[in-house]
Every structure is written in C-alpha cells, then in structure tokens.
Unconditional design. Structure first.
Length: 657
C-alpha cells in the first residue's frame, strides 16, 4: 500500500434529510436516537451487544459471556449459549402469526406462489427429516446448487434445523467451480434441481452436478437430492440420486431442532471471482442471526405490514442475510423472484412492485443502471406508491444513478439506504438509517451503532475529515466471519494483516471522509489508480463518465504506463448503439473532455472502449479482473464460464485511441 492517501475528487454537496413524517414512525427516530445507540456501544461495548442478543434472539440455553477475545482474531460471541437458526426464523411465529404470508414467489414466467409461516415450517421439518433419513447430521456440509425458489429457502432452513452446515453455490457457476467447492468443503450431499429458468431459457443444473462429480475428488458426496423444477430429462444414478418430492413424501411435518452452540458454523459461503483456491467464508449461528435481525429493524425500519423485497440470489451473502434469514427471523412477508430484471421486459421489477405492493425494495446499482439504459422513464408507467424505502447493495452507487432512483423510482419521497458491507461482515456495516440520516448521493454515510469503522493510512492512523485512505473496522462485531474454512492462516493474513499489527479488520476497500464525516466508498484498494503520483479511486472516474447523458454504464481500470505509472482505461456502454469509426473517435474525445471538466485532466481516460455491455457474472457483478487483462493486452486465462455474456470480451478488445 502506498503511503499516500486516496484523493477524493468527486464533490457532492446535495443533502436529503428524511421527512418529519418518516422520522416520527421510524424504529431509530432522528440522529439523536442514532447517536444515543452509538454512545451506548462506545461506553459499554459488551453490555450493548449483550443487551441486543438477549432482547432479539431466542436462546435455548442463555449465554453468560458476550465476547471471548482470548484467541484474537478468532473472536467468539455468546459462545456458551445455545440456539437454532431455523427455530428463530419459523417456530417463533407459529403462536403469533401462523397464517401470515412468509414468501410470495414469482417464477420466471410470472406464476405466483404464496406460502404461510405455518406451511413453510411444515415443509422445512419434512425436508429436515428427509435429510436425516439420508444420514445427514450435525456438522456435515451440504452444497445447495438451486434456482431461486421457495425450495431453496426450505433447503437452507432444513440444514440449519438439523445442524448441518450449508454452502450455497450460485446456480450460474460452472461445474468446475462447483467441484472445487465440494472438495474444499468436504460435502456429503448436494441439493440441486433438474434445471433453472432464466429469462425464458432453461439452464441445466443436475447435468452440471453430474459433470462436477465426474471430474474426480468428490468422493465425500453420498447423496444428490433433486428438485423437479421443469421436469426435463435428467441422468440418474439410483445409488446416489433421489427426487426431492420422493424424499419428503411421508415424512413427519414436525422436527425437533438441533440445539447448537452460538459459534456453530451456520454456513460456508465461497467468495466468487477469485483466481486462486476458493475462499470459504465461515459464519457462526448466534452472532450472525442477531445482526440479520438488527439490520432488518434498523436499516430497513421493518414494520409488521411491510412487503420486503431483496432482489438478490441466495447464492450471494445478500440472499442469505436478507432473503433466507433476516426477513424470516423478524416475521416479514417477502418477495422472491426467479429470472432477470429485463424479462419478459424491462418493466418486470416495476410491475412486481405494483402488483405485490412492495414497501421496501433492495437491489444492486448494476441492476439500477441497466434498467436506466433499458428505459429510464418506464417506472412512471407503474404505480409505485406503495414504496417507502429504497436500498442499494453490492458496490458504490454513482450519484447520477442515485438521483434517478430517488426521483423516478421513489418519487422523491423514499429514503435511500446505500449499504456498505461484505460477504465477510455478515450484514450491513455502514449505511444511512432511513428515519435518521440526512443522505448524500453516492455516500454510505455513517457506521451502524456498535460498528467501530475508521479510515486510516497504512500506519493505522486515522486520516481525519476531508481525507481518504483504507477502510478498517477497529473492534470485532457479532456477525463477522469466524475464519476461512480450513485455512486459518489465510484468514489472519487477509483480514488481520501485520500492517496493522493484527489489530484491525482490513476491509480491502478505500474510502474517504468528507468535511462532515460522511464516508464515501472508493472501491477496492486494488482498484485504486496511481496516475502521475495521484491516487484516484476508480469509482469516481466511473461516476464522472456515467454523469454524461450519453453513458449508461462505465467501468474503469488502470494499465501500466511508462510516463504516468498508470493510465486510465475506461470501458463504456452508451445509451445508444455501440459506435464505430469516426463516430467512436468523436464520442471518445468528448468523454475525455467531459471527465477532464468534471474531475480534472489527471483523470482523463487514455483508452476508451465501447461495448454493448460489460462482462458480468450472472449476479450482475462486473468482472474487473477481466477488464484489467484486456486493458493490458494480456491473454484471458481465467475461467469465463460464470459470465452472463462471454462474447462481449471480443468487443472490448477494440480500442478507440
């Protein structure tokens, strides 16, 4: 890491305070209430976290010790307490609201299925008993490779119920990725489906499982459970494969939960996009569940009559915390959907919000930008008046997209919670509170109560207001990852490096404070550009490009340059057809001038390349590693099977000098 701090060149002075009416009804009402919680955590850190855990989580055996720091950074929270995550998500509602709708599921073709808490409980118990009949038990690892469906939530909850450790693999990952995760986890079973539906196309899943198991090294797998989603022909090994409907048929619809230690691993989730060995992020049961509940109540201001919709796939941590566990633990009615935002047309999200009267909508900036491109005025054709909170997740949102989201989708009346967190953190860490925080477009604002975040230089010293540096968390928190599965040394080296004497959690993101102490995330530290001795966050250059009326989306990377150290290389998707020849040259020059005017000549892109799209995983994450390889003229040797659109790579190799 360079000793220089990251420079913030993006000025954003617009401020949007929550309305008085919203503040009055909010769970955290006004900045004084927020500061009071922060002060409580500052004054009595363990007392604060102990109080919340006793008030919000149902314990089978109460804990007596809040935090054990004796083997730091392998912290333990509530570790002499016992509980069960599924019990906290389902059984707790059976007396109070058994007939409340738990999930409204809309399939790829628009077919809607609803399930109540009582029915969800029954199905989870039947599946849990089915898994037990396959001799799957506490501590066994189970890979879940399924489409978005009620069944995938049932599978995750059933594993939690019997104390098995689930590891969900996103249904867009290749057989090779699946095989690597099966081997690393030492899984005993895979739960999958014959196929998944995506944008009107059937994508095989069982075939990918067969291919993964055929690659070798997966001898630990004893069973493959298959959900019949489409009824397509599937290869079958009767010694190993079983249909889900046959497995649950005749099973009892009650299942005593397996009471586990608060530190018992609830799941392993492999971070995607890594070129090396998969990195299995291991999360606990008690601390993780507590933070899912608190962030539902604080960040999303959860109310019993809310209709909550997080659009994430359960293959990502967002789908764990804000589909499978958080909403169910607070007893919410939530939406799940199968498919893509632009099928059958670009109005899909807006129609679903209208039809199901969604009140809290949580999606990714990538989806927002692609929907702007697909039809910026489309939301106005739908009745979105049910919305009261909008949220974003996954990457920093550029101010232009923030403003469109605020004005066009939210009608100027919905607070936006721009949440910063990671697979590793388990839940939100830095985010506005909708009834307290005056928001600024593109800023994640302030850390949540109890989260001791700071921005430091490479010696660990706080950089102070108006400056940028490295984002760290200075104290442990309950939902933090416990280790990397099977690799504690990698955990320490990655997240608690010697640079900071092993004291601080290193988020891997650069960030800046503005003069009022608001935090703006600048992107990954390895996405910081060093141009002529100036360290620039890629997100700022991207924001400047997207602010141009011609640009729908942009991704910026650096490439080595003899003169300046690094040159800025921009990959741009326009709101019009991809230009060629003289037109491409003209637009590229106009965009360079635009960035120079918005930020300064130092940020001018040397290279500009146009594509119909950017290379993204099926979850919508831009594959920046691929873009770096293209910018440097390197051959792409990485696995591109997880890309939604591999053909785009050839387009992006064409430079417009």
């Amino acid at each position: 890491m360079s000793s220089k701090t990251i420079e913030s060149i993006l000025q954003e002075n617009r401020v949007f305070p929550p309305s008085d009416a919203f503040v009055k009804q909010a769970n955290i009402s006004g900045m004084d209430a927020y500061r009071k919680l922060c002060a409580e955590a500052e004054r009595d850190f363990e007392g604060f976290w102990g109080r919340l855990a006793r008030e919000e989580v149902l314990w089978h055996k109460p804990f007596t010790k809040v935090l054990d720091k004796s083997n730091a950074p392998f912290f333990k929270w509530y570790h002499d307490g016992e509980l069960n995550a599924s019990y906290n998500c389902l059984d707790r509602h059976l007396q109070t609201q058994p007939d409340k709708t738990a999930i409204i599921f809309e399939a790829d073709d628009g077919k809607v299925t609803r399930i109540t808490y009582k029915e969800l409980y029954r199905r989870v118990c039947m599946m849990a008993n089915g898994l037990k009949s396959l001799n799957i038990k506490k501590n066994d690892r189970v890979i879940i490779y399924m489409p978005m469906s009620i069944e995938v939530v049932v599978a995750m909850q059933a594993c939690a119920r019997i104390g098995a450790i689930h590891s969900v693999v996103f249904g867009g990952f290749s057989a090779k990725s699946l095989q690597e995760r099966i081997i690393d986890a030492g899984a005993v079973a895979v739960i999958t489906a014959d196929e998944q539906m995506r944008g009107g196309r059937a994508i095989p899943l069982k075939a990918a499982v067969d291919e993964a198991l055929g690659m070798g090294g997966c001898d630990s797998i004893k069973s493959v459970v298959v959900y019949k989603r489409t009824g397509s022909q599937a290869q079958w090994d009767a010694r190993r494969d079983v249909w889900l409907h046959d497995l649950v048929n005749g099973q009892s619809d009650t299942c005593e939960p397996e009471w586990v230690n608060a530190e018992h691993p609830l799941f392993i989730l492999y971070t995607s996009g890594s070129t090396g060995k998969p990195k299995g992020i291991q999360h606990s049961t008690g601390g993780y569940l507590l933070w899912c509940i608190m962030t539902m109540k604080w960040t999303f201001d959860y109310k019993p009559d809310d209709v909550f919709w997080c659009t994430a796939d359960v293959g990502w941590v967002t789908g764990h915390s804000y589909v499978c566990y958080g909403p169910l633990a607070v007893g919410a009615t939530q939406i799940m959907f199968e498919g893509v935002p632009v099928y059958p047309d670009a109005g899909r999200f807006w129609k679903m919000i209208q039809d199901h009267k969604v009140t809290v909508f949580y999606t990714a900036p990538t989806a927002i930008r692609s929907l702007i491109k697909a039809g910026g005025d489309l939301p106005k054709k739908y009745n979105l008046s049910s919305l009261r909170i909008l949220g974003t997740v996954g990457e920093p949102i550029n101010p232009e997209a923030w403003m469109w989201y605020h004005e066009v989708v939210g009608g100027g009346r919905c607070p936006i919670v721009d949440t910063w967190w990671q697979t590793e953190t388990g839940g939100h860490m830095i985010t506005p509170l909708p009834g307290a925080t005056p928001t600024k477009p593109g800023s994640a604002t302030f850390a949540l109560p109890g989260i001791m975040a700071d921005i430091v230089d490479e010696t660990g010293q706080s950089v102070g207001k108006g400056k940028g540096g490295i984002l760290v968390i200075k104290r442990p928190w309950p939902s933090m990852l416990r280790t990397i599965w099977g690799d504690p040394e990698r955990f320490k080296k990655t997240y608690y490096p010697e640079d900071f004497k092993g004291q601080y959690y290193l988020a891997g993101d650069g960030a800046t404070y503005d003069e009022e102490g608001y935090i703006r995330i600048m992107g990954r530290i390895d996405d910081v550009l060093n141009v002529s001795g100036h360290r620039l966050g890629t997100m700022e250059v991207e924001s400047a490009l997207v602010a141009n009326p011609l640009v729908a989306e942009a991704a910026v990377v650096g490439r080595p340059d003899e003169l300046t150290g690094e040159a800025v290389c921009a990959f741009v998707v326009l709101k019009q057809a991809r230009p060629n020849g003289a037109e491409a040259h003209k637009i590229a020059n106009d965009l360079r001038d635009w960035v120079s005017k918005e930020i300064g000549p130092i940020a001018k892109p040397r290279d500009i390349r146009f594509g119909d799209n950017l290379p993204k995983t099926r979850s919508g994450k831009i594959m920046r590693r691929l873009l770096r390889s293209i910018a440097r003229g390197e051959d792409i040797t990485q696995d591109v099977s997880t890309l939604e659109n591999p053909a785009i790579l050839e387009q992006l190799k064409q430079t417009v000098s």
